[in-house]
Design a protein around this ligand. Sequence first.
Ligand code: ARG
Length: 388
Amino acid sequence: MQDLYIQAEAFISSMQQFEGRPSNSDKWKQRLNSIKQSIEETGTYTHTSEELSFGAKLAWRNSNRCIGRHFWRQLDVFDCRTLHTKESILEALKNHVALSYNKGAIKSAVTIFAPKDNTPGTPDPIRILNHQLIRYAGFKNDNGKILGDPHSLSFTQELEKHGWQPSKKTSFTPMPWLIQINGETQEPYTVFEEHPHLLTEVQIEHPENEAFKSLELKWYSTPILSDMALLIGGIHYPCAPFNGWYMGTEIGARNLADENRYDYLPQIAEIFQLDTKNNRTLWRDRALIELNRAVLYSFDRDNVKIGDHHALTRQFEKFCENETKSKCPVTGDWSWLVPPISASQTPTFSQEFDPTVVQHTNFFYQNSPLEAKSKGESPMGKCPYHID
Ligand code: ARG
């Protein structure tokens, strides 16, 4: 309890600092008193809608691994704390998908559902078991090969265990939603079959190489993370799906390129007729660059907002400088802020970051209710980005 008050106080004082209204400090004193009283009487407290909205923005600002945080004040916050029925929850999620896409002019948004009840043994009111609201399935073929996204392999199996029968298995089959309400897993909801217009994708082609099209690559428009917890002033929201827009390298240098993901570089090299027999021809590097060009080119062609690592890292550097000047220094995780290609060509590479993870208000990894084992512990100790 004491701990919750300390976190609430830290949050309220950050809010006060950013809103910069010292003359109004009675307001804050009163608010802290009422929070203290509420925690004493009920074990918890309830955010006002301003606190919820500011808190979600601050949690984004505090997300050490995010390179897009300079936009933290521009976040649409949907307050869905009072929704408890399956229908209303699905409706809110569909709204999030449509509103954040915004016809390609993607808007950052978060939808916040009911907070956790801290009474031991109480299941979370709502949990989304999908990692992202839009994500492609991964199927293991009889020959042991994987069709689709290997990252989704175990979750796809889970969906099938819960009754999902995909009408088609392709490299890019969108997964249905699996949600839990008060610990009860609901039937998978095949949202993109019911509402195909919610599935917005970009077909990837290369600006010069015609043959690139034959690979039939595509990716979805909006990354909407749905399995992380949002903490605001110590209050834990286990279901708070949020999105920004993509930085090209996430798709071009990781999702479609990693050997343990879609692993397309060998095929791209073939299309560009690169010599793949010898690593020192740098065929991987060359294929990687062409794939990243294709991703940026194709999103631009379709007017779907996407950032590139040169612009985003420069904007982020400027943001860090300004925040340091205003005495609100930014914390960060170098290994995530440096892009996976051309690192040394971006300012983040030579920047130093304070790796402290602000604990009272932030986004955290949390264990999936599907897995009993904690992922937050490792031989290296407890992961500071993990909540349980
Ligand atoms: N890296 C993840 C993906 O490729 C998305 C993480 C969030 N990214 C973002 N731009 N907001 O799907």
